[in-house]
Ligand binder design. Structure first.
Ligand code: ZN
Length: 154
């Protein structure tokens, strides 16, 4: 992968082998969609360290609690202490685009969506998919500020 700065944002461009590794990992993960294999969705993401993490859709009978494969992939990487995601396979639904966008706001990396279009592989930055993005900045995760806010409540 190569790192570059585009419009003031850090962006990584994957080589052909890395893109193929993501597509293969995604296809392999599809056998683990929950609860029925091959019945849902799967994605694969790559972190700054070059590690690949997959995610599968996880169905809930409530529907509301169903987790999309992008959410489980981002959590999968986070569980391994990896927060710097550089690329994820797509296309993704708009809920997941929001989640990917929020991750990119926190890391400062303009995550690329790796998509197969006919015989081409495209790498589209998430920022280009967010027409009127919200929020402008990630919500503060500053513990001291949080504690201060909690004191005000009581
Ligand atoms: Zn989704």
């Amino acid at each position: 992968m190569t790192k570059k700065k585009v419009k003031g944002k850090i962006q990584y461009h994957l080589d052909k082998t890395e893109c193929e590794a993501l597509f293969k990992a995604e296809a392999d993960a599809k056998t683990n969609t929950y609860p029925i294999p091959e019945s849902g969705y799967a994605v694969a993401l790559m972190t700054k360290k070059g590690n690949v993490y997959t995610g599968v859709s996880y169905l809930s009978d409530t529907d509301t609690l169903t987790m999309h494969s992008e959410a489980t992939a981002l959590a999968h990487a986070a569980i391994h202490g990896e927060k710097d995601v550089v690329a994820i396979t797509g296309p993704n639904c708009h809920i997941c685009k929001q989640l990917i966008y929020e991750n990119s706001l926190r890391s400062g990396i303009d995550i690329v969506i790796v998509v197969k279009q006919e015989d081409k592989v495209l790498q589209i930055p998430i920022s280009e998919m967010m027409m009127y993005p919200w929020p402008e900045k990630p919500r503060s995760t500053d513990t001291k500020k949080k504690q201060k806010m909690e004191k005000v409540k009581f």
